[in-house]
Ligand binder design. Sequence first.
Ligand code: AMP
Ligand code: GLY
Length: 427
Amino acid sequence: MKILIIGSGGREHALAWKMAQSPLVREVLVAPGNAGTATERKTRNIAIGIQDLDGLTALARAERPDLTVIGPEAPLVAGLADRLQAAGLSCLGPTRDGARLEGSKAFTKAFLARHGIPTAAAATVTTEAQAQAYIDAHPGPLVVKADGLAAGKGVVVAPDSGQAKAAARAMLRGAFGDAGSTLVIEECLVGVEASYIILTDGQSYVAFPTSEDHKRLEDGDRGPNTGGMGAFSPASAITPALEDIIRQTIIEPTLAGLRADGCRYTGFLYAGLMITADGPKVLEFNCRFGDPETQPVMMRLACDLVPLIEAAVCGRLAGAAVRIDPRPALCVVLASAGYPGEPADGKPITGLGEDTPECKIFHAGTRATPEGPVTSGGRVLGVAALGEDLQAARAAAYGRARAVRFQGAQFRRDIGNRLPPGDCGGA
Ligand code: AMP
Ligand code: GLY
């Protein structure tokens, strides 16, 4: 088989690495890929960016891949899956209507309410006056969210009304462009977060191992929200009993709700959850695999991913199962100076060392040059390791992360070693 993967992040490197291991796969194309996918076996980069829907569609028409996997949200929300399917190509990822679950937080809040799925109490507003009125009526910590896509950065956890109003004002005045012309303002939930990611053909689904991201930039869950600074699997807060509850109260009602609304959703579906004292609640949905969650989850996936994806695309997922390495895995993200703002670019990267089956460096914002890889984005690398327990995985990932060098590198020291649940006060 020939596979086409769209994207250039750590998620896409991990998917390419995993899919290239399949005996079914002859070649993996990655558009545009990064310096890591450029050297992965069976894998070839093609320099077409994720915003270039015409270019990607033309590429897929020319290459006729047996399967295309769309990694990031932007092309899904923009309708790339619709275009590839219209061209008669086999493609994993929801069409534009399904991708609204990630593309519009206001749509998702209405969807959750309509289908009785647990989530934080919220209001959707479009003016500063509406925002102020809601904030005044709800003293205490609130979370202010830009409706549209903002690369994981359009969410402000505001410990008090003043900060909530300031965030709402900035967003409504264009801090995130059109993405912030509608806002969701919601109750701040307290608990432990977990990422619950499934693959569905619209009817049946398989769940991947659970995982836990670290969204804030700095140790102790401080600093601004980022796309994710590190993750481990399994999630700390999900027991087998809780997983049953998540399936029954969140995943299955969501899939049934999509069907009831006339949407055939195929692809990965990521439920970002807060495990609260009242049970699991939905913080967000993503219409794709998580980044950096993909990296530790792929390290633990002990079966071939390709037949699962093929089954999802063809509507044959019923009865499928995933096999999971019982060992935990952990991934530490190394980010550029300036991230999550404007990242420094073009810094030479050294000290990458050698991968082993238990420890692998996934590239994200990197670019190959004749002199070696250089930085080319906010999140640069993810160092992922398996271990007999979480602390062993942590030691292995950090041991290797500390040997990597590029100017201005920043990473959290506490991935997999969190303090007890936060209180919304650390924004
Ligand atoms: P989202 O993109 O909606 O998942 O928000 C990004 C991050 O903001 C989440 O992973 C949480 O860390 C935090 N967050 C979002 N909504 C809430 C909430 N209602 N209560 C507490 N934290 C939240
Ligand atoms: N790591 C969070 C996300 O992929 O959205």
